[in-house]
Design a protein around this ligand. Structure first.
Ligand code: IVH
Length: 674
């Protein structure tokens, strides 16, 4: 009996190893997923029941170790570097030429060409053939010890098989989540209302950095080798390609896409081939990697900064996919901007599942001649918001299922009028803070990290508070009580207390953050800081005229107008008053050290058309010399610069006997004060 249990466990382990090998290394599964799961479950049951047969290299998923409180750090004995990039044939030729020059040889180079896997770099240390340690890349010098987690990855051997294995061998490669598994994982997460991942790379990284390796064990991760770090007590071939083949013989996974190529021509052919094959691969790649194959040449070439001179990545262009436009929703932004959002049949493109894409504005819909029901092409470059490139012409005709996209005339959230100012592409809801959508976002913005930094006041909480009519403006946050918060969904006593504390704490702020938090159109953090440093007090900003405001760095006529309009609204003044009454305060702003600039204290007015520079450039040049540039002529004006067709400002300057400069006169001043 005992004998047969031991045999049964051994046989199962062997079978599962073979399945893993077939699935991951040869991309050719030999059993169905269900059968594979059945074998794994059986093995786990047996191992649980007969712990005397436990083995650290069992392929069962039950290798989860203890739950850690944090990862310990591991210093890489040989740093884990990154790769330089080329984006075109020309850049590839330049890369190769640099190598020729450095080697002082024109002999054709042989490259080992590999897919650039889009996952997470990992280092595996094998000592006497046993996996003893696994670490993330970290900052390249110090990574995190993820040994427990890596041991749950079914295609990573715990023991190497075969001959001539070095005493210490560090294998480097990428942990990825195969695309099919990623899609299935996300589907299940959506069904269970739990968190899904944006792309396979995040899924791999998130899964590997779990402190509880039992969670990692449930995640469908895989590993592929692409290099070697430490080699001690043994030797390896003098070709990178041969070394990778050796790793494969010892049982380490290698993608089927690794080839040897000669010169730029070979590299480009491999690039083209891989690009074509990309949609059929079960892992995400974002390019191809070219590596000089001869280890001796690699050593001769060495490294520059944090990347080898002997390798580079050739990135793939943005990806495109087709899908169907199911509907268009109209979103209301913080300042009332109405943005049409395309609702798409979900499609996997450029590494993420795309189900929505911004359509920007009504003009864009018209330009694309879009209708609901069209087949559209979605393009997504790495880390870029997906775009609808066009509708496919064939699908544009005839179908009765197609519907026109009607831009709303009333706000979809608050039913206020929507206005579109002449010459502006954006349509806006006129509801202001009456509009719940704008209210929610204004409050979210007020609480955001860069502004008042109220920890715990995220999107969901703000939505709840507004929907329950507990708050209408940011000022209402300061009257919230624990009794109001505790009954809300997903908030409890503890969270309520934390949130109320954070609200109290945010009261001590700076003038710049307060100005930013008000959410004035086009006033971002840099402008808010400039306003605070220029005017020093809130009162001064509130009372500033458009001309005064235009003196501030970064503030042009449009932003100045937004600021003045904002402070003219009685409602906004009420909110500011309530915020200050709630105890928001900041330390006095220190004036910037007076600088002795050549035009300090002089006020200029620019009028008419300048031939050699724009008014804006001239304004900036004058301001850089300390001058004030105003929009209107008064007795305080020192100079009026009159370009061609100058009109009333010029005559007013003449009336007031103000010095008038021609454009040449202005250029002379700028030239004399470089
Ligand atoms: S070689 C010294 N080969 O790309 C050379 N890296 O940008 C170091 N990567 O951190 C890396 N596929 O995570 C190499 N076939 C491949 C790769 C690859 C993906 C990743 C790796 C590295 C990053 C560098």
């Amino acid at each position: 009996m005992t004998e047969s249990i031991a045999q049964q466990i051994a046989a199962l382990r062997q079978q599962i190893h073979a399945h893993n090998n077939a699935y991951y290394t040869r991309d050719a599964p030999t059993v169905t997923d269900a059968e594979y799961d059945r074998q794994i479950r059986l093995l786990r049951e047996l191992e649980e029941k007969y712990p005397e047969y436990a083995a650290t290299d069992s392929p069962s998923l039950s290798v989860g170790g203890p739950v850690l409180s944090s990862f310990s750090k591991i210093r890489h004995e040989i740093p884990m570097l990154s790769l330089g990039n080329v984006y075109s044939e020309t850049e590839l030729n330049e890369f190769i030429e640099r190598i020729h020059n450095r080697l002082n040889s024109t002999q054709e180079l042989t490259f080992c060409v590999e897919p650039k896997l889009d996952g997470l770099a990992i280092s595996l240390l094998y000592e006497h053939g046993k996996l003893t340690r696994a670490a993330t890349r970290g900052d390249g010098s110090i990574g995190e010890d993820v040994t427990h987690n890596v041991k749950t990855i079914t295609n990573i051997p715990h023991t190497l098989q075969g001959d001539n294995i070095p005493e210490r061998l560090e294998v480097r490669g990428e942990v990825i989540m195969p695309i099919a598994d990623f899609l299935a994982f996300n589907q299940q997460a959506t069904n269970n209302d739990s968190k899904s991942f944006v792309n396979p790379r995040n899924a791999a990284a998130g899964s590997l950095r779990q402190l509880d390796s039992n969670i990692t064990a449930q995640r469908p991760l895989a590993f592929y080798s692409y290099g070697i770090g430490i080699i001690e007590g043994g030797s390896l071939a003098d070709s990178h390609y041969q070394r990778l083949q050796q790793l494969k013989e010892w049982g380490l996974p290698l993608t089927a896409e690794v080839t040897l190529q000669k010169g730029a021509k070979g590299c480009l052919a491999a690039y083209q081939q891989l690009l074509e094959k990309r949609p059929t691969l079960n892992y995400e790649i974002d390019g191809i990697v070219y590596k000089i194959d001869a280890i001796a040449l690699q050593e001769q070439l060495g490294f520059v900064a944090r990347a080898p001179r002997w390798a580079t990545a050739h990135k793939f262009p943005a990806q495109e996919e087709q899908t169907t436009l199911l509907d268009v929703e109209f979103q209301v932004g913080r300042t009332g901007a109405i943005t049409p959002v395309a609702i798409l049949q979900p499609v996997f493109v450029g590494g993420v599942t795309v189900s929505r894409a911004s359509l920007h504005n009504a003009d864009e819909i018209a330009r694309l001649e879009l209708k609901i029901g069209h087949t559209v092409i979605i393009r997504r470059a790495a880390d870029v918001i997906p775009q609808i490139v066009k509708a496919i012409a064939d699908t544009k005709t005839g179908s009765e299922t197609q519907k026109d996209i009607i831009f709303p005339v009333k706000c979809p959230v608050c039913d206020s009028e929507i206005e579109r100012i002449e010459g502006e592409a954006i349509a806006r809801c006129t509801g202001g803070l009456y509009c719940a959508a704008q209210r929610k976002q204004a409050i979210k913005y007020f609480a955001s990290r860069k502004a008042m930094n109220i920890d715990g006041l995220g999107v969901k909480v703000v939505e709840q508070l507004v929907d329950e009519h507990l708050i209408n403006t940011p000022a209402d946050l300061f009257t919230l009580t624990a009794e109001q918060l505790i009954p809300l969904e997903r908030i409890g006593a503890k969270k309520a207390e934390k949130l109320l504390n954070a609200i109290q704490q945010c009261k001590q702020t700076t003038l710049a953050k307060f100005i930013l938090a008000l959410g004035i159109r086009e006033v971002g953090d840099a402008t808010a800081k400039n306003l605070a440093e220029h005017f020093l007090t809130l009162d001064a900003i509130q009372n500033a005229s458009i001309e005064d405001l235009e003196q501030v760095d970064d503030v042009g006529a449009i932003v100045a107008k937004h600021i003045v309009t904002f402070f003219r609204q009685p409602h906004n003044l009420e909110v500011i008053h309530a915020l200050l009454a709630a105890g928001i305060q900041w330390p006095e702003v220190q004036a910037k050290a007076e600088q002795k600039l050549p035009l300090a204290g002089k006020t200029f007015v620019l009028t008419g058309t300048l031939a050699h520079t724009s008014r804006n450039d001239a304004k900036q040049a004058l301001q850089a010399l300390g001058a004030k540039v105003s929009g209107s002529v008064s007795k305080n004006t020192d100079y009026v610069v009159a370009g061609e067709s100058a009109g009333s400002k010029l005559s007013k300057a003449q009336d007031l006997d103000i010095t008038i400069l021609s454009e040449d006169g202005l250029l002379n001043i700028l030239k004399d004060n470089p």
